[in-house]
Design a protein. Sequence first.
Length: 135
Amino acid sequence: MLSWLVARRACLTHEVLRRKGKIIVSWCSLCGNAAETNQHLFLHCNFTTQIWAIFLSITKTNWTMPEHTADLLSYSIRRGGSKSQKAWWRIIPHCIWWTVWKERNSRNFEDRSNSIQKVKWDCIASFYFGVKRKV
Ligand SMILES: [Zn+2]
């Protein structure tokens, strides 16, 4: 499962490939402003934070983005709130990370990039169907 890899910093980002000895000029394909690390790609990238902002707004959540993906997953699982909000927060990180990872791979391997609006809609659709599946 992708989220498990993301939380363990084992997803094959440039950071991990470098750790494995690959020589790579690391550049985030989503924003072009930083090296592609696990924390950057899935939490702090300007592109990704726009997607997080939607879900923080929908759920009326006010938090400081944690530094590490494992912390975020832990917060989202332990988060309080209504029953439906708890259920949503078990799905939200997975939807965002999956959507971001797909877009990153599309840009890196297919030379195709979608607009942030398209990626946001894809993520919202993924969330919607995730919630419907749980009902
Ligand atoms: Zn970035």
